[in-house]
Write a protein that binds this ligand. Structure first.
Ligand code: C2E
Ligand code: SIN
Ligand code: SIN
Ligand code: FE
Ligand code: FE
Length: 375
């Protein structure tokens, strides 16, 4: 029997989607070593935004945390309109044209590109980009193989997104069932998840957060208080200060939340989805203090996972500036002062600074997601 090792073996493993892309890339390079980079950008129909998502390549990606309106990128829009891939066998023809995302790719030294739209069930949801440092490498033979690779990437990503959607839908319906009694409104979750994204973006270069990290922390932040489902009404809805005994019960919500997530993952067969630990950390550690005086574990400083330190600042800022059954809404100025006062005690100073740098964006988020009768 001839010996053959399955080049795509690692696709079957429960690895992150980025690792799967790397495996596909490696397999592609066995035939076509000149394919130096594969990158995926996702499209959001609601906002018309195309956002970088994942990439594989030895070099640092020229485009990270990048987004643009698709309707304003003619060259990419044409790909969808014509429903055909696009090959540019000499990117240097773009030299001298006004600065665009394409020039970022060119500046990084890539000389040619092949771009496939990702379409599934007639639904367009992004692009796969193949780049080479050499010119004129995308011939018919190569492109046929890349088409297959690109369809595999499409399926992998669609599957991953479907899993996350299932998870979020499940959690959302769980939250809705309890929503009538929950003083935390839907707009609180809209705002705090956007504050979370602001902070993560601001810290991206320091912590090497990639686009996926930022997308996931934004998706998962609204689930931080999932465990409050288990808190009895008499405590959750109490219009006054909690007694010590009541606060002790309340303090179970981070661990309860983490355990709920674990069982959801098992029951829905979702344990393969990437970033599960990020979600668990957010639920479990969003009430830790950097000085070690928080709960449930009393972790301090960098022992608290960074995703939890980020969500804490976003959550408390919105809790302070919102009305609760037990308190009035504070003004932004009062809340900023509190964040600064508790910086280094309750909060990671870098996370506070990252949020406070973006007051204009905070106010824009507040205007967009005001409290209304529907909460
Ligand atoms: P929450 O209302 O979502 O508040 C989240 C966190 O924001 C609080 O975590 C706290 O760190 C901060 N925060 C909220 N309001 C204030 C405030 O008026 N002053 C200050 N300094 N910080 C504030 P914490 O304290 O661990 O509370 C966790 C959850 O316990 C709260 O979530 C809320 O559901 C409940 N809770 C806390 N205190 C009371 C209370 O006095 N009465 C009632 N009914 N619930 C409370
Ligand atoms: C884009 O063109 O918008 C993204 C390109 C890339 O990641 O190569
Ligand atoms: C482009 O998106 O217009 C070219 C850059 C690339 O193919 O990644
Ligand atoms: Fe909480
Ligand atoms: Fe909250």
């Amino acid at each position: 029997m001839p010996h053959h090792k399955d080049a795509l073996n690692s696709i079957n493993k429960t690895s992150s989607i980025a690792e799967k892309l790397k495996a596909l890339h490696k397999a592609t390079q066995q035939h076509h070593p000149f394919i130096s980079r594969i990158s995926v950008a996702l499209y959001d129909t609601n906002t018309d935004l195309l956002k970088t998502f994942i990439y594989s390549g030895d070099e640092k990606t020229p485009l990270s945390n990048y987004q643009a309106k698709l309707s304003e990128i003619d060259s990419l829009k044409n790909i969808i309109d014509a429903s055909e891939p696009r090959v540019i066998n000499d990117l240097t023809v773009l030299n001298g044209k006004p600065k665009t995302h394409s020039s970022a790719v060119l500046d990084a030294g890539y000389k040619s590109s092949y771009t496939m739209p990702m379409i599934f069930n007639d639904h367009f949801f992004g692009f796969v980009f193949f780049n080479s440092f050499e010119k004129n490498v995308f011939n018919e033979h190569v492109m046929i193989e890349l088409d297959m690779i690109s369809h595999m990437i499409t399926l992998l990503i669609f599957n991953e997104r479907a899993n996350i959607r299932t998870l979020l839908a499940t959690v959302k319906s769980a939250l809705n069932m309890t929503h009538s009694r929950d003083p935390e409104t839907a707009s609180h979750l809209e705002r705090m998840s956007r504050y979370t994204r602001l902070i993560a973006r601001e810290l991206a270069s320091k912590y090497d957060f990639d686009d996926q990290y930022i997308e996931h922390i934004y998706l998962f932040a609204p689930l931080h208080d999932l465990g409050k489902i288990k808190v009895p009404d008499r405590i959750l809805l109490k219009p006054d200060k909690l007694t010590n005994e009541e606060f002790t019960v309340m303090k179970d919500h981070p661990t309860d939340g983490k355990e709920l997530i674990e069982s959801l993952m098992e029951n829905y067969g979702l344990s393969g989805i990437g970033y599960v630990s990020m979600l668990e950390n957010i639920a479990q550690y969003h009430h830790e203090y950097v000085d070690g005086s928080g709960y449930p574990e009393g972790l301090s400083g960098e022992d608290i996972p960074i995703e939890a330190r980020i969500v804490t600042v976003a959550d408390v800022f919105d809790a302070l500036t919102s009305e609760r059954p037990y308190k009035k809404a504070w003004s932004n100025e009062e809340a900023y002062t509190k964040l600064k006062e508790m910086s280094g005690i309750q909060f990671d100073p870098q996370c506070v600074e990252a949020l406070l740098k973006n007051k204009d964006e905070i106010e824009a988020i507040q205007r967009t997601f005001m409290e209304n009768d529907y909460g």
